[in-house]
Design a protein. Structure first.
Lengths: 432, 329
């Protein structure tokens, strides 16, 4: 789910888990993280480190976490990461609080629209001169440092800002800053057109890559950063759901990740296929990220888990391997949605196994960067329970949607179901 | 002359074989019974079982299809061609869906086990007994019998026990438990390659003398239980159906599996397992029930037909459920 940094809210999803319907300036939130134990070098490896348990005080998140061989690693030891997605704003104390729940990860929502509110200017040799908001950048650095001091590794997320119509800086949608020379109308159709055009827009792609590169460069050396997200829940607009579309989206992210890697070499780069549930992943050629190394696939779990494995089951369907099951596949994460969660832990496991099966030959590490539900869902306890059970059973790292932990105040009393997530965070990691 | 005679002989053999093949294809027809009354809220995860002493079929519980709904603990009774509300749930028989339920002739009770609700972790391991009038608590489950929903439960007359298989709780299960009317005891361990499953078909086939379990695993695997061990096969011809149920039909002489989903859309097909092979049951185009998941299937001896009731439509959100009743006869 896309997000911004104010109060997390979740918009309705398009039916069938296809392209997210842009609810105008809505798009929202959280995300997060991490991983799996598929293969270990040389067979049986060391057991993953469990997340830190609550103690007298938080220990800083020390050391650089990496991703390879299907796992996250802290040095030579596999590590399982469990945490939450959070807005950038909030008191520093929240990180220690999250760590006290047994968590060791936070996925921070960074918004390009706030980082670069003013458009870049032309520089020499066809370059662009960016003017980043240093105050906002300092907030990002401050939040990372506070999280690290509180005991959490940080994924820097590239989330849309719902205070802008398109989610990214408004100036991108003016003729001077896109190759299509378009002023995109602030309508549903304009939004879809902008989403579609991005994939054939060298200028917007370049400006996005430069922002990601510059952000990573600014944060290079700041301790506690696990990695950077290229795009949160990439949208294909009206591009056809084909292998070519999937590949275009994945390859662009790999290209952008190359720039991020050069700017801040030790960090993990995170990518997605299409949308929240990585539509098209089974047909994607991930060699761009395999070659890059130290990469992780982010998967957002909003699977209804009543049957199936999340992937389209019918091999006779032309969209097989390109789409997800359209029936009962998603939970209702919107107050106006209609499907309560009644899924099971076992079907959730089947979904995660399906993703792991795709990733296994690549060695790319899986992170479930988002999962959660609308508070009014009668099955909300069950959702958090079945999902965290599945993740933990498979040794997959995860970050829950902040919305599911508290209400609208990050220091508020956790919702009743937070106990389930906290217990899952404290559960021992499965043996290696 | 010899080749000509041979050719004639071949033609005769072929022409004889064709009618024989047609004759062996199972056929049946659908007819509609009275639906559940409007006070029945269509739902997910309802369970049905026959209660032969009174010629009843009972429905119990279910899960919500809309956020405004919740898990249920109501009982509905089909008798004399009509559905009516059954006895109120006693304290302790809490709202739940996906219970395992089957008639146990030795004690002349319908036995209900477990189920799931909105709470986590799953905690329902209670057993309840229905005597045709009311529900009463049964024996407590032993520690190893973990809470679950979507398990299969069938009476095996050869061993005079109910056989409970699989389901999902903290994770998916493939274990077997036996109930003798007094206590639950562990059954044989699942053989290698027998995956967990939930909301699947399970029925006893007297011609085989075995309990058969099919579907619900995401695979086409079918397993049979001879009272001591599980053995594999024959695989489902219909593909890896899930949310599917089945019952033995003495008229067709085999186990009939109805509906389900995956791969692709939900189906309205019926498949017969007879003499070690699955064959699609031929039925007229009309009338027939809508394709659906979780159609409950019970042999209704009074009508000598399979009674098919409830289930969920194949819609994007899963918010359309059925209250209709059909007979396959």
């Amino acid at each position: 789910v896309s997000g911004e940094e104010e109060r997390p809210t979740i918009p309705g999803r398009g039916s069938g888990g296809r392209a997210l319907v842009p609810i105008l300036a809505s798009v929202v939130l959280l995300g997060a993280v991490v991983v799996v134990a598929l293969t270990t070098p040389g067979g049986s490896g060391p057991s993953p480190s469990p997340p830190p348990s609550s103690g007298p005080g938080p220990s800083p998140a020390a050391g650089q976490v990496t991703a390879h061989h299907g796992r996250f690693w802290l040095g030579s030891r596999p590590i399982v990461l469990r945490g939450v997605l959070m807005p950038l704003s909030g008191p520093a104390s929240r990180f220690a609080r999250v760590a006290s729940w047994g968590m060791n990860l936070v996925r921070l929502q960074v918004n390009w629209a706030r980082l670069e509110p003013s458009p870049p200017t032309r520089g020499p040799g066809g370059s662009w001169v960016h003017a980043y908001d240093q105050t906002y950048l300092a907030r990002v650095v401050g939040a990372v440092r506070a999280a690290q001091a509180g005991g959490l590794w940080v994924v820097v997320g590239n989330y849309r800002d719902r205070l802008t119509f398109f989610g990214y800086p408004d100036w991108l949608y003016r003729p001077a800053f896109n190759s299509h020379r378009m002023t995109y109308p602030r309508t549903h159709r304009g939004f879809l057109r902008a989403e579609t055009d991005f994939w054939t827009d060298p200028l917007r792609q370049r400006l996005t890559s430069e922002m990601l590169r510059d952000l990573a460069g600014s944060l290079a050396g700041v301790p506690g950063i696990l990695g950077y997200e290229m795009l949160n829940e990439p949208q294909r607009g009206t591009l056809p759901l084909t292998r070519a579309t999937v590949q275009r989206i994945v390859d662009w992210q790999a290209s952008a990740a190359g720039g991020v890697r050069r700017a801040d070499p030790p960090r993990v780069v995170f990518f997605m296929a299409i949308n929240w549930n990585d539509v098209g992943l089974p047909v994607a050629d991930l060699s761009g990220f395999v070659n890059l190394g130290n990469a992780s696939l982010d998967f957002h779990d909003y699977f209804g888990a009543r049957w199936g494995s999340g992937w389209l089951q019918d091999r006779r369907d032309p969209a097989y391997h390109l789409d997800n099951e359209h029936v009962f596949a998603t939970v209702s994460i919107s107050p106006n949605a209609t499907a309560p969660y009644i899924g099971s832990a076992w079907v959730q496991e089947r979904q995660i196994r399906a993703v792991l099966d795709v990733l296994k030959p690549t060695g790319i590490t899986l992170m479930v960067g988002e999962f959660g539900d609308y508070a009014g869902d009668p099955g909300i306890e069950r959702l958090y329970g079945t999902m965290t059970s599945a993740f933990n059973a498979l040794g997959v790292s995860w970050a829950t949607n902040w919305l599911g932990i508290v209400t609208d105040n990050v220091t508020a009393t956790p919702e009743p179901w937070a106990r389930i997530v906290i217990a899952a965070a404290r559960a021992p990691a499965p043996p290696g | 002359v010899v080749p000509a005679l041979a050719a004639v002989l071949v033609l005769v053999l072929v022409s004889c074989a064709r009618p024989a093949a047609t004759a062996s294809r199972p056929t049946a027809r659908w007819s509609q019974g009275r639906p559940l009354p409007p006070s029945f809220i269509p739902r997910w995860d309802v369970t049905a079982a026959a209660f032969p002493p009174k010629g009843q079929v009972i429905l119990f519980g279910g899960a919500p299809k809309l956020p405004t709904e919740t898990w249920r603990n109501d009982t509905w009774v089909y008798s004399g061609g009509t559905w009516s509300p059954g006895p109120p749930p006693p304290p302790g028989l809490t709202p739940r869906g996906g219970v395992a339920m089957a008639y146990f002739p030795t004690i002349r009770r319908v036995v209900l086990f477990g189920g799931g609700d909105g709470r986590w972790p799953p905690a329902l391991t209670d057993t309840w007994l229905y005597d045709g009038v009311s529900w009463a608590p049964g024996p407590a489950a032993p520690p190893g019998l973990l809470p679950r929903e979507g398990a299969g439960l069938v009476y095996d007359p050869a061993i005079r026990r109910l056989v409970l298989l699989a389901g999902s709780g903290l994770t998916g299960y493939s274990d077997t438990w036996l109930f003798d009317g007094v206590e639950w005891t562990p059954g044989p361990p699942a053989p290698a390659g027998m995956p967990p499953r939930e909301f699947f078909g399970m029925a006893y086939d007297p011609s085989m003398g075995k309990v058969v379990a099919a579907g619900g695993s995401g695979r086409t695997d079918v397993w049979s239980f001879d009272g001591s061990t599980w053995a594999k096969g024959p695989d489902l011809e219909a593909g890896p159906l899930e949310r599917v149920h089945m019952a033995f039909d003495p008229r067709l002489g085999g186990i009939v599996l109805i509906g389900g989903i995956g791969p692709g859309a939900a189906t309205d097909e019926a498949w017969l397992l007879r003499a070690g092979a699955w064959t699609r049951v031929e039925t007229p185009a009309e009338p027939r029930p809508d394709p659906r998941l979780d159609a409950q299937v019970v042999w209704f001896a009074e009508r000598r037909a399979l009674l098919v009731v409830a289930g969920v439509a194949d819609t994007p959100r899963g918010d359309v459920a059925f209250a209709d009743t059909w007979f396959l006869e």
